[in-house]
Design a protein around this ligand. Structure first.
Ligand SMILES: C[S@@+](CC[C@H](N)C(=O)[O-])C[C@H]1O[C@@H](n2cnc3c(N)ncnc32)[C@H](O)[C@@H]1O
Length: 158
């Protein structure tokens, strides 16, 4: 982001916003603000980029959210998704049971707990990624963090 750019962070939970504000204050960023809003209907339009960090796995309608983000991003801008997933790497696959356990511990509600929360997370992310790949160009996916973080990104057509 350039010196004249602005970042608007969005979350539904006030405690998350307070933590973000504390961190922004600690580093002294003046061009970063956070607001309480539903990310599926973000309070911005015509932005240069959208980054949905560890969010799509929590949404009931992840594909619809991605289509909204693409609509709200200016032509040539990028929409990027980050999501936790099980690793497909031989070297880190043995850690997948630990990953599943951590996701289960953090999953809200009984309904998600009966099914596999890790699978639910991945299914939602997969729907989001498909929508992203359909609505953008130059789309790609990388695996980071030992294979446990998926980054998918696409450019909004001109
Ligand atoms: C796993 S946390 C990730 C937090 C942060 N984005 C990060 O990367 O550190 C998921 C966050 O999504 C927020 N969230 C879930 N549904 C949301 C929605 N519809 N709109 C905005 N925030 C939402 C939750 O409140 C939670 O803080």
């Amino acid at each position: 982001m350039g010196p004249t750019g602005t970042v608007v962070g969005v979350d539904l939970v006030p405690a998350m916003l307070e933590r973000a504000r504390a961190r922004i204050g600690a580093v002294g960023w003046e061009n970063v603000q956070v607001v309480r809003a539903d990310a599926t209907e973000p309070p911005v339009d015509g932005v240069d980029a959208v980054l949905a960090a560890f969010l799509t796995g929590m949404l009931e309608e992840p594909a619809a959210a991605v289509r909204t983000w693409v609509d709200r991003t200016a032509p040539g801008g990028r929409v990027t998704l980050l999501n936790a997933v099980r690793s497909e790497r031989l070297s880190t696959r043995p850690l997948n049971p630990l990953f599943r356990a951590l996701v289960r511990l953090g999953a809200p509600g009984r309904r998600l707990r009966r099914a596999s929360p890790a699978r639910a997370l991945e299914r939602r992310y997969a729907r989001a990624r498909t929508a992203l790949f359909e609505a953008t160009v130059d789309a790609f996916e990388w695996r980071l963090g030992g294979g446990f973080v998926a980054l998918a990104s696409g450019r909004v057509p001109e």
